[in-house]
Design a binder for this molecule. Structure first.
Ligand SMILES: Nc1ncnc2c1ncn2[C@@H]1O[C@H](COP(=O)(O)OP(=O)(O)OP(=O)(O)O)[C@@H](O)[C@H]1O
Length: 617
């Protein structure tokens, strides 16, 4: 997918492809399974809720009896007795709510656990195959914010839906028991308001989904910009990033306004369902009296409306409209098919120059996904690096350094690049990094064309560590966390340990000690740059002889740590051991390019044999 950089296109990248109905269809089966496994909790909830029906029934009934059989019949004691019954019914609500809450955790906590488990599994799968940048923030959002939203919304929904159903049953039975004509007056406005409300649910869910997507796009942009502040300043692309941010803010605001518009329609529906039945009852009093409805029955009916039915309806509508839509959207984002729902790391690549091994094939990741008819279908992973017929000449008439080079590196692959001095290895890394434009052909990283892409976006896709590593005056932590300012201190310290940088950090006075670049040896500078690259969230690391000042043991350790890091590693190697450690090696020799494992290349490439002989020597 190639991002256009336009805010709406950016937001569209994040939009789930379909409507609330699609999300409902997708979520219904797992939701059904989740509830089916918790029948015991549901039965206990229903029993507590039944008490709510009885309570609702009693309140109106007792008021009617107090008036008709007590106060109007000249028996105030009896009237007071019935009022006491009504009071008891109201007070019994507290233990009922307590019982309901005790059962509720049996549904909400397993839901949150299941969502967190799912989000972790998906993020791990994605990290392993090295998805494009920016996704780590979305994963964190799913794990924390979105799982909490889902849990709270679900709890609110269960509470109110259950309360409405059982209260409504009690209140409607009560109205019926007082006089059937009461239902004729109350039901039509109630049903009309409910219908209007239900009509707004679907567009409201869509608006909610778009508002969330715009929010994520904005957050992602902010995070990427923060991670690449120095690049932005160095390349002068600050104003462009700022404009883009402003566009995303405007987009998020527009989507929030649309959402607010639908919330207003929902409020109108609430007015119709919540207020009209009372008005209708007032207007219909003469008609009801004419049909033999007693004063007590009328008061009882008002009690049912004002005390039970309308408050329950009000909370149901608020919960369904807000929590329901939120729950649907968030669950679909966590459980639904993400833009990343394809594959796991693949260890396959292909490289070549035209006329040699320039074929470009789709690589099967071996991962199966359910097809329409339930049959497994095979999907290809987006290559981490994809060069198509790339030619690079440093001058219009100059001989090309690279000529019609095709190269595919799979997500998660560790590729070494070797070749004689001046053959074009650094040129290749700069092309992949997007800091050099090809004369012909196309370079993609994680499916995105890199040529002409703003520095802030390139920073999210890859890190290039050159031979001469730079460090800057600042603290050790500043230097190490420069490409990922969100990194936690514990992660930073762990990285220092695995790279064997501990003694240097100690010498400098710990993570907060000052770095004076001139006081660091070239090898120490390289180690700092490697740890910095390791901590970066970018899925692709390009090392251009970035370990040449390290001793072989430190180099091996650094490369092994970097290869274990989720994502793709491309190393311009200057030692045989580097090439042997890689999954595959690309040999550049001007006219031909060969790509294969160490053993394959020993058999295939005379140049590789020469180079290894030279390295051995
Ligand atoms: N900016 C440039 N302008 C003109 N020519 C360049 C430029 N950069 C590199 N070259 C030339 O392109 C060719 C390839 O250079 P490159 O640095 O990519 O090779 P290399 O394989 O990385 O070499 P080494 O192993 O010595 O670093 C060389 O002939 C070099 O002189």
């Amino acid at each position: 997918m190639t991002s256009t950089g336009h805010p709406s296109a950016q937001a569209a990248d994040h939009d789930p492809p379909d409507t609330g109905a699609g999300a409902l269809r997708r979520l219904a089966p797992p939701a059904g399974r989740f509830l089916a496994r918790r029948k015991g909790v549901l039965v206990r909830l229903a029993l507590w809720s039944l008490a709510e029906s009885g309570q609702a029934f009693l309140v109106g009934h007792a008021v009617a009896r107090a008036v008709d059989g007590g106060f109007l019949a000249g028996d105030p004691r009896r009237g007071l007795l019935w009022l006491a019954v009504a009071l008891l019914a109201v007070l019994s609500g507290a233990p009922v709510v307590r019982g309901v809450f005790a059962q509720l955790s049996g549904l909400t906590e397993p839901l949150r656990d299941a969502l967190v488990r799912h989000a972790v599994d998906r993020s791990m799968a994605r990290a392993l195959r090295g998805g494009p940048g920016g996704t780590y923030r979305a994963a964190v959002s799913r794990l924390t914010n979105q799982a909490e939203i889902a849990r709270d919304s679900f709890a609110g929904l269960v509470l109110t839906l259950r309360s409405f159903v059982f209260t409504a049953v009690g209140a409607l039975l009560g109205l019926l028991s007082l006089h059937p004509a009461l239902l004729v007056v109350v039901l039509p406005p109630l049903a009309a308001g409910l219908a209007l409300f239900l009509v707004t649910l679907r567009p409201m869910a869509a608006a909610q989904r778009r508002a969330l997507a715009a929010d994520e796009a904005l957050g992602d942009h902010a995070a990427r910009s923060r991670a690449a502040l120095r690049d932005l300043a160095a390349c002068g692309t600050g104003p462009a990033a700022e404009r883009r941010g402003a566009d995303l803010v405007a987009d998020a605001a527009a989507r929030a306004r649309t959402l607010a518009g639908w919330a207003a329609v929902r409020t109108a529906a609430l007015g119709v369902a919540g207020q009209l039945p009372v008005l209708a009852l007032l207007v219909a009093v003469p008609w009801l009296r004419g049909r033999g409805v007693s004063a007590g029955a009328l008061l009882g009916a008002f009690t049912y409306l004002v005390q039970s039915l309308l408050p329950a309806l009000h909370t149901l509508m608020s919960a369904l409209g807000a929590a329901g839509a939120r729950l649907l959207v968030v669950l679909d984002r966590i459980l639904g098919p993400g833009p990343d729902a394809t594959s796991t790391p693949a260890r396959a690549c292909e490289a070549g120059t035209a006329g040699n091994c320039g074929r470009v094939q789709e690589h099967d990741t071996g991962v199966r996904a359910a097809g329409d008819a339930g049959h497994p279908v095979r999907r290809a992973a987006v290559p981490a690096v994809d060069l198509r017929s790339v030619t690079l000449s440093y001058g219009a008439r100059a001989e090309p350094v690279l000529d019609s080079l095709d190269l595919r590196v799979a997500p998660g692959e560790h590729l070494a690049v070797v070749g004689p001095s001046g053959i074009g290895k650094s040129t290749l890394t700069r092309l992949v990094a997007g800091t050099l434009a090809p004369s012909r052909g196309e370079v993609r990283v994680a499916g995105r064309v890199v040529t002409g892409r703003p520095a802030v976006e390139l920073a999210a896709l890859r890190v290039l560590v050159p031979q001469e590593a730079y460090v800057f005056s600042g603290t050790v932590a500043d230097n190490l966390a420069y490409l990922n300012t969100d990194v936690r201190r514990a992660e930073l310290e762990a990285a220092v340990r695995v790279f064997g940088l501990g003694p240097l950090v100690e010498r400098l006075g710990g993570p907060d000690g000052p770095v004076r670049p001139a006081e660091l040896s070239p090898g120490e500078r390289q180690l700092v740059a490697l740890v910095r690259a390791y901590l970066s969230p970018a899925p692709l690391l390009l090392l251009d002889e970035a370990t040449c000042h390290l001793d072989p043991a430190s180099e091996a350790r650094a490369e092994e740590v970097l290869a274990r890091r989720p994502g793709t590693l491309v190393v311009v190697a200057h030692r045989l051991s580097s090439a042997v450690r890689a999954d595959r090696t690309l040999v550049l020799d001007g006219e031909r390019a060969e790509c294969g494992t160490h053993d394959e290349l020993l058999a295939l490439s005379p140049l590789y044999r020469d180079l290894t002989g030279h390295w051995h020597a």
